[in-house]
Design a protein around this ligand. Structure first.
Ligand code: AMP
Ligand code: MG
Length: 319
């Protein structure tokens, strides 16, 4: 293990063999561990242990109707939990490991605790690419439920420090793998009847999905909150947030993009992937700044820009 990096409250330690071993032991004993993924930091627990799953909900203050994503090491494990038709298999084979969550019908003998799926007949599955999360999955042999490691409704964490700021001592061990590369939560699709719907835009773009499926998604029914991450107010900073702000008032912390410099710029080169990786860190900084309000420059609605604007709209919605 390279030197420790302790914070107040939860202990963030750099990822190393000793720490992975400890994390595995904690998970096997029904404990929680915060772990980096390529999207955001997750709060992981054994998805087959009902008490451990209850602890995730309690720690996050997450409403019990909001189901959890189960992380698996590979496609084969996913097939033991959910039923993959041809289209779901196509997505998994083409885009896993990666930042894509696939919602499929749950198997009758699926061993995950009932609370994970919040009473639904479906299960959300993801095979992540991050080496630390992969090692944890492989060494533990567990299927890990892992929502973002923050208080429910707050800004997702993209560094170990963000986890500590949001959850503090409630999380005894944070594996610190540095900043998350993608920085925005996984794309969620639901696959059924040979069709697919996008439940949450994310790093895997609609164009990528279309290229794999050979067809466009069908529209998700917006009147039906199928993925509670679709709730309007979510990912929210504690301050009012204004969108499409070309300029900012004196009392606004301005998050810039491209040629609008702002107090900090998500990507001076107007690179949307770079902007996505820095969005939540910028919102955390804006929240911690002395300014009472936040303004965000316009972000183009193309590719991963869809996911950025989705999160920003929710961040701007009153609770
Ligand atoms: P989070 O882990 O906080 O990124 O949130 C996970 C998202 O996955 C939430 O919006 C959930 O509602 C969604 N989700 C999990 N399971 C299902 C499911 N069976 N059907 C639809 N959405 C789901
Ligand atoms: Mg979350």
């Amino acid at each position: 293990m390279s030197g420790s990096n302790d914070h107040i409250g939860g202990e963030a330690r750099r990822y190393g063999n000793a720490t992975i071993g400890e994390a595995v032991a904690r998970l096997r004993a029904g404990g929680l561990v915060a772990v980096p993924t390529e999207t955001v930091y997750g709060l992981a627990a054994d998805s087959t242990n009902a008490a451990a799953v209850a602890e995730i909900y309690r720690t996050k203050g997450r409403p019990d109707f909001n189901p959890l994503i189960v992380h698996v090491p590979d496609r084969e494990s996913a097939g033991k939990l959910g039923k993959f038709d041809d289209l779901a298999s196509l997505f998994a084979d083409a885009l896993w490991p990666g930042p894509l969550t696939i919602v499929v019908p749950k198997r009758d003998n699926c061993p995950v605790a009932a609370a994970v799926t919040a009473g639904l007949e479906t299960i959300a599955l993801r095979c992540p690419a991050h080496p630390v999360m992969r090692e944890l999955l492989e060494q533990s042999g567990l299927y890990l439920a892992a929502p973002s490691a923050n208080r429910s409704g707050g800004i997702s964490p993209t560094t170990a420090e963000h986890v500590t700021r949001s959850l503090g001592a409630k999380v005894p061990l944070i594996l610190d793998g540095g900043p998350c590369e993608r920085g925005i939560e996984s794309t969620i699709i639901a696959v059924a009847g040979g069709e697919y719907r996008i439940l949450r835009p994310g790093p895997v773009t609609e164009a990528q999905l279309e290229a794999v499926a050979g067809k466009a998604p069908i529209l998700a029914d917006t009147n039906l909150i199928e993925a509670p991450g679709q709730m309007l107010s979510h990912y929210a900073p504690s301050k009012p947030l204004r969108l499409n702000a070309e300029t900012a008032a004196d009392d606004e912390y301005h998050i810039g993009f491209g040629n609008l410099p702002g107090d900090r710029n998500l990507s001076p080169d107007a690179d949307l992937a770079e902007a996505a990786s820095l969005l939540f860190a910028a919102l955390h900084d804006a929240d911690a700044s002395g300014k009472p309000r936040i303004a965000v420059a316009p972000i183009p609605n193309a590719g991963i820009g869809n996911a950025l604007n989705d999160r920003l709209r929710r961040a701007a919605s009153p609770r």
